[in-house]
Design a protein around this ligand. Structure first.
Ligand SMILES: Nc1nc2c(ncn2[C@@H]2O[C@H](COP(=O)(O)OP(=O)(O)OP(=O)(O)O)[C@@H](O)[C@H]2O)c(=O)[nH]1
Ligand SMILES: [Mg+2]
Ligand SMILES: [Zn+2]
Length: 306
């Protein structure tokens, strides 16, 4: 490499066809990847959210030369089931966005996102959007179980500009991944918070996922208040990477007080006798809806136990 290269440090905002857009001090540089990094696959691969070192060459072209250590990564199982696919690196918050109506919330999907966050040890919170479409008491009641187990629940309306300040407060200085079903209003909320983002709204993101099952199409947006958000389409069918029974149960944070108290040490909490989790469920201390999600996810992860 030429001695005249300027050494820079930045963060990967998005990748498009082998070009990496890297933010360096407010400027976005289009970078290529040095050969050695290009040959990496799986978790060694440079991902959206990664901090990288960049050489700006004398001709103005830029090359990513180093991948800096990651604090965290959010991954999912690739469509062929064999590889870990990084959704985004260095994410430290997950916002699970659902709408009270149009579409109706699907709690199993919410549980899925919460497991995803717990498995990466990332803080999660719930955003209940479109509160302009429902009775406030009803909204509180439906999502109260999540508040009770320790997840902050924010009530918002992108349309009526409600709850935006509180939402903004949670995003500042963090890298937050927005997930949620198509149409819940993720892009609308981000636009309402920061009109300059100009995200497309009302898109049918399913089309993106149908074409190529591998496309995650995550992309980082800088926030004026500091921090970044990642608006993701099509994470509805996210499959967990490397979650054994043990870890899956731990990812249900409401189960934690009961873990280690079952008769069998390797209890899957599905059918064993003297299971503390099932006991708590029967005593009404655990939500049956949460437990149903657990059993469903357990079925998906069977055969690849840790
Ligand atoms: N009534 C009402 N409608 C909303 C609100 N927020 C968003 N919408 C509408 O809901 C539709 C979907 O909004 P989007 O922001 O595109 O939803 P999204 O979650 O980004 O969807 P995908 O990108 O497909 O995953 C649009 O027609 C919005 O105008 C709200 O607070 N109240
Ligand atoms: Mg969107
Ligand atoms: Zn058990």
């Amino acid at each position: 490499m030429s001695g005249g290269a300027e050494k820079l440090k930045g963060r990967v905002l998005r990748t498009v066809g082998g070009v990496y857009e890297v933010e360096v001090g407010g400027e976005t540089l289009e970078c290529a990847l040095r050969g050695r990094l290009k040959r990496q696959s799986g978790i060694g691969r440079v991902a959206v959210g990664d901090e990288v070192e960049v050489d700006r060459l004398t001709d103005g072209s830029c090359v990513i030369t180093e991948l800096l250590p990651r604090c965290a990564r959010l991954s999912r199982r690739s469509a062929d089931g064999r590889r870990e696919q990084i959704i985004a690196a260095n994410v430290d918050r997950l916002a699970a966005v659902f709408s009270v109506a149009r579409p109706e919330p699907v709690f199993e999907l919410l549980d899925r996102f919460l497991v995803l966050a717990e498995s990466s040890e990332i803080d999660a919170f719930v955003v209940v959007n479109k509160i302009d479409l429902a009775d406030p008491d009803q909204v509180c009641e439906r999502f109260a179980p999540y508040e009770e187990i320790g997840y902050p629940v924010l009530h918002t309306s992108a349309k009526a500009c409600r709850g935006l300040e509180e939402l903004g407060g949670r995003l500042a200085e963090h890298i937050t991944l927005f997930v949620g079903p198509s149409g819940a209003g993720k892009s609308s909320l981000l636009n309402a918070l920061q009109p300059g983002l100009g995200l497309r709204v009302g898109e049918i993101s399913k089309a993106i996922e149908r074409g190529r099952h591998t496309t995650v199409a995550a992309c980082l947006h800088c926030l004026d208040m500091g921090g970044y958000v990642v608006d993701t389409p099509g994470l509805g069918k996210v499959q967990f990477w490397e979650l054994g029974t043990h870890e899956l149960a731990w990812c249900f944070r409401d189960f934690r007080p009961y873990l280690g108290r079952c008769r069998f040490q390797d209890c899957s909490h599905a059918h064993e006798p003297d299971c503390a989790v099932i006991g708590a469920l029967e005593a009404g201390e655990l939500s049956s809806r949460r437990y149903e999600s657990y059993v469903k996810f357990l079925g998906e992860s069977s055969g690849r136990d840790s």
